[in-house]
Design a protein around this ligand. Structure first.
Ligand SMILES: NC(=O)c1ccc[n+]([C@@H]2O[C@H](COP(=O)([O-])OP(=O)(O)OC[C@H]3O[C@@H](n4cnc5c(N)ncnc54)[C@H](OP(=O)(O)O)[C@@H]3O)[C@@H](O)[C@H]2O)c1
Length: 365
């Protein structure tokens, strides 16, 4: 194994913008097998996805923080470069993806410092899987986090049924576009909300039945209740997938039918809701109108995909298996709009931070 390069975070920034500016690419030695365990796998990383959580972690604004220093890159895919003698499932040269809940900065154990923004990463055997179906490595590193989130929100928590209508906020994003795909696979009608006609055109081509641009003439948000009501025969949607938060949540809640489910997936529109440098206790800017929740008899459900597994590990095997089956069958294929060489890590994360990406953004070490 030849030497390579990696990105290292050694101090927490004030906010993600400052965290991005502080990122640099430095030389790294290849992992030394003499220091690794019998069940370890060295992956030569080819593709690493840029996740919202990667951004938040640079400033400690995510709920889990790996010990410093660590290499960012929650999810990655590549080729097996070396494995310990007790590893049986994969061989040197295999195309693999690595499970970001079992290795890398979002995992909880001994592999947190090994993220995907590097030429090499080390993961335990149970985290390493041959790439399903005919997915490319760029697609493979966008599979688990995005689609497990969509599954957890829409299926495990939302109980989305065939024939129901779901309003998806932030549908052009990586988890939002996965939600569009999953809702289609369930057999639901999808109304996608976004602020850009160009991005919404891609979301429609990716499967949304209807798109609604929520950007107003003044550049802010505009109400879209009447449009959504018209699209649902005056009734309102059965389910809302909210990955944006803030003012957009309020507009979306007015689009629901009586007794709808309102699923909180994230708050990409209000990312500074937590304090920087790992601080806690910032005022929460996401507030929902309790009068609407009560009068419309809404079920408002929080839907954390990773924390829920830590609380109840039994929920993961069925969702992992379903996503794997869909990917094997070619029914599900992550969309990637942007790729960057690792040397342009700052440009890649900035593009994600500024909302320029549709679906996935991938770094190539
Ligand atoms: N529930 C979970 O377990 C889980 C797992 C992963 C991520 N998340 C969370 O889900 C959220 C989305 O993550 P992601 O990776 O999909 O992010 P993303 O790729 O950046 O997508 C977010 C989308 O939200 C829209 N948006 C952003 N700011 C907005 C604003 N101020 N007003 C209106 N719309 C705005 C943008 O769409 P347009 O530009 O088209 O409007 C953007 O494409 C994040 O908060 C993340 O932390 C949750």
């Amino acid at each position: 194994m030849q030497p390579g390069h990696h990105v290292v975070v050694s101090a927490l920034a004030e906010d993600p913008a400052a965290g991005i500016a502080a990122l640099t690419v430095a030389p790294m030695a290849a992992p030394d097998p003499a220091t690794l365990g019998p069940r370890d796998v060295v992956v030569a990383v080819k593709s690493a996805s840029v996740n919202w959580v990667d951004l938040l972690m640079t400033s400690g604004q995510y709920q889990h923080q790996p010990p410093l220093p660590y290499t960012p890159g929650l999810e990655y895919a590549g080729e097996v470069a070396w494995h310990g003698p007790e590893v049986t499932g994969v061989a040197v040269g295999d195309r693999v993806l690595v499970d970001g809940l079992l290795a890398g900065p979002r995992s909880l154990g001994a592999y947190q410092r090994w993220g995907g923004y590097a030429s090499y990463a080390v993961a335990p055997a149970e985290a390493v899987h041959r790439v399903p179906g005919d997915l490319t490595l760029d697609q493979a590193c966008n599979l688990l986090g995005n689609y497990e989130t969509a599954y957890h929100v829409l299926i495990a928590r939302g109980r989305l049924q065939p024939g129901e209508t779901v309003l998806i906020l932030g549908a052009s994003g990586s988890t939002g576009l996965a939600a569009v795909h999953v809702a289609r696979l369930v057999g639901a009608t999808v109304i996608a909300v976004g602020r850009s006609d160009a991005k919404l055109a891609v979301v429609a081509a990716q499967g949304a039945h209807h798109v609604v641009n929520c950007r107003g003439a003044d550049g802010g948000l505009r109400p879209f209740r009447d449009e959504v009501k018209a699209l649902t025969g005056g009734r309102g949607v059965d389910v809302v997938y909210d990955g944006v938060g803030g003012e957009l949540s309020d507009h979306a809640m007015r689009c629901t039918r009586f007794g709808a489910r309102f699923l909180i997936a994230g708050w990409a529109g209000t990312p500074l809701v937590a304090a920087g440098k790992g601080g806690r206790g910032a005022p929460n800017v996401n507030r929902l109108p309790t009068n609407l929740i009560m009068m419309k008899s809404l079920d408002v459900l929080g839907c954390p995909a990773a924390i829920s597994v830590a609380q109840d590990p039994s929920i993961r095997p069925p969702r992992f298996a379903q996503i794997w089956r869909w990917a094997e069958a070619g029914a599900l294929r992550p969309y990637v709009s942007h790729t960057f060489p690792l040397t342009e890590v700052q440009a890649a994360l900035r593009a994600k931070w500024q909302g320029e990406i549709i679906g996935g953004c991938v770094l190539h070490p």
